[in-house]
Design a protein around this ligand. Structure first.
Ligand SMILES: Nc1ncnc2c1ncn2[C@@H]1O[C@H](COP(=O)(O)OP(=O)(O)OP(=O)(O)O)[C@@H](O)[C@H]1O
Ligand SMILES: [Mg+2]
Length: 498
């Protein structure tokens, strides 16, 4: 159905693809896998006409085709849901979904009623629950991701490509998406999906293609490839995902010790309805729940980025109310967000400055920055987190999605905070780096740091947390510890069944 052969692409000094290839059949779901920076998104962009390859051919239904622009790609009925989303934030949900496919009358005037109906069909299919007239910019990241998918599906593609579409989705949303993909597959659509959530490959994919350093190193039916093989092909190394890295260590907490963070009766409009939450030094406290149950508001209240209406926050024995995140940072609070597009990356500034940005906030003096200091500091983080860059002076926007996320993690971990708030921090980070980040986090907590770790990925939450607070409709529905930390209990608490 669709085949890419010998695709090469170089961006300045960075070789993104070296003769990579892939093949996908109609009615097949193919996983495109590889570590961060291995070239997956670049392959996708070649198919959507956003990147012109230096060499190679694309073959569609047996004929070589030229994809030079987005319209060439559309003509071939290829649709992409992008990793960094292609939505227009200041436009409504309906307008975003119908963009480029507006139903028009004979005079070329858009039929609003039809447009709305059309968009609603796809919103219902994916169970997107926001208002059709809401502006995209005010919506939760996961809702935006679903709209990005709706938009791609609405064009009735023959080839549907999802670039990390599930990275910010919660388990119920992933289930709905997989039902829809199953339907499309039966209708004969060829589907390529890029993901770092390994469980998904075995749930829905028929075949997989693995890239390493811009080359295709393996391809074939999923049933012939176990997880160890997949990780081995991605990294070129024997996987070290077992043992310490993937299983929660013992809680280093000493029962008699005072809590580092003590939150009581936290309330914020209809988002938080009296949350009690305690965390001790040396713990990784998981925060679970379906999307929008108050987790984000809770983390932001602790950070000083949202003004809660009632309740008390005690940090290191002192009652605090940070008015802005910078106040918290000066008290050794750190914050890592998975929403890098909106709040973590300064895209046009160099990689080095992006990494150093946290250090600047933590220091209260106005001493001039020495480039040497910035570069040394950044160089260490790049090495430790294995961030693939074309150089420290390159703009942050030139990094692949997962590498941008690693940059944000490196920025905050380097500050050795006492309390680190993480909001879906490993979104888009590949499995082996994710294990490495978990390892570093455990090291830091063993040295006395406390981490609050919110994740949309249940598997990750169970693997990393010593205890898990589950949010449901603005309240804590359960706190799972020890043996209680099981997938079944977590899901039950997420649905408010306990
Ligand atoms: N526009 C660009 N300018 C410069 N370098 C780029 C550009 N786009 C991609 N690259 C580089 O090409 C390489 C491959 O990037 P790509 O985005 O395809 O990776 P990926 O496999 O999608 O990674 P991830 O899992 O992190 O999303 C990376 O090293 C990246 O920094
Ligand atoms: Mg990518």
């Amino acid at each position: 159905m669709l085949e890419m052969r010998g695709i090469s692409k170089q961006f300045d000094a960075v070789v993104a693809l070296r003769g990579a290839s892939l093949k996908v059949q109609a009615g097949e779901i193919m996983a495109l896998l590889g570590a961060n920076g291995s070239g997956k998104s670049t392959m996708v962009k070649v198919l959507s006409g956003l990147v012109n390859p230096d060499a190679g051919t694309v073959i569609c239904d047996g004929t070589a085709v030229r994809i030079r622009s987005a319209s060439d790609s559309r003509r071939l009925a290829i649709a992409v849901a992008y990793q960094d989303l292609s939505l227009v934030p200041a436009m409504s949900v309906v307008d975003n979904i119908v963009m480029g496919m507006e139903p028009k009358n004979a005079f070329g005037i858009i039929n609003r009623t039809k447009a709305r109906e059309f968009a609603l069909t796809y919103m219902r299919k994916l169970r997107i629950e926001c208002g059709p007239d809401a502006l995209v910019q005010g919506l939760m990241v996961s809702t935006q991701a679903l709209i990005e998918i709706a938009k791609a599906i609405a064009s009735k593609p023959k080839v549907l490509i999802l670039d990390e579409a599930t990275a910010s989705l919660h388990s119920d949303e992933v289930d709905t998406l997989f039902e829809v993909l199953g339907e499309l597959k039966r209708e004969g659509v060829a589907i390529i999906t890029v993901t770092h959530r390994m469980g998904e490959i075995y749930r829905v994919c028929d075949a997989c293609t693995i890239l390493r350093g811009g080359e295709t190193v393996a391809a074939g039916p999923v049933k012939d490839m176990d997880l160890d093989t997949v990780v081995y092909q991605m990294t070129g190394k024997k996987p070290d995902l077992s043992g310490a890295a993937f299983h929660a260590g013992r809680a280093a907490r000493d029962e008699g010790q005072a809590a580092l963070l003590d939150v009581r009766g936290l309330a914020l409009a209809d988002k938080l309805k009296g949350v009690d939450f305690h965390a001790w030094p040396g713990e990784i406290v998981g925060i679970g729940g379906l999307d929008g149950q108050g987790q984000q508001e809770f983390l932001r209240s602790v950070l000083g980025d949202s003004t809660y209406e009632a309740g008390e926050i005690t940090f290191r024995g002192t009652k605090v109310k940070f008015r802005q995140p910078a106040d918290g940072v000066k008290q050794k609070l750190g914050f890592i967000s998975g929403d890098r597009n909106r709040e973590s990356i300064f895209p046009v500034r160099p990689v080095a400055e992006n990494i150093y940005a946290g250090e600047v906030t933590a220091k209260s003096d106005f001493s001039p920055l020495r480039p040497r200091t910035v570069f040394d500091f950044a160089g260490k983080a790049v090495e430790r987190y294995n961030i693939i860059t074309g150089g420290l002076a390159q703009p942050a926007s030139s990094l692949s999605g997962g590498n941008q996320q690693k940059l944000v993690i490196g920025r905050w971990m380097a500050l050795t905070p006492d309390l680190l708030l993480l909001d879906d921090p490993t979104k888009g980070v590949d499995v082996s780096t994710r294990a490495e980040i978990h390892r570093i986090l455990k090291e830091c907590t063993q040295a006395g740091m406390c981490a609050l770790y919110s994740s949309s990925d249940n598997e990750e939450l169970l693997a990393i947390s010593d205890r898990i607070y589950v949010f449901y409709e603005g309240r804590i529905s359960a706190c799972l510890r020890g043996e209680e930390r099981s997938e079944e209990r977590l899901v039950a608490a997420m649905l408010g069944l306990v």
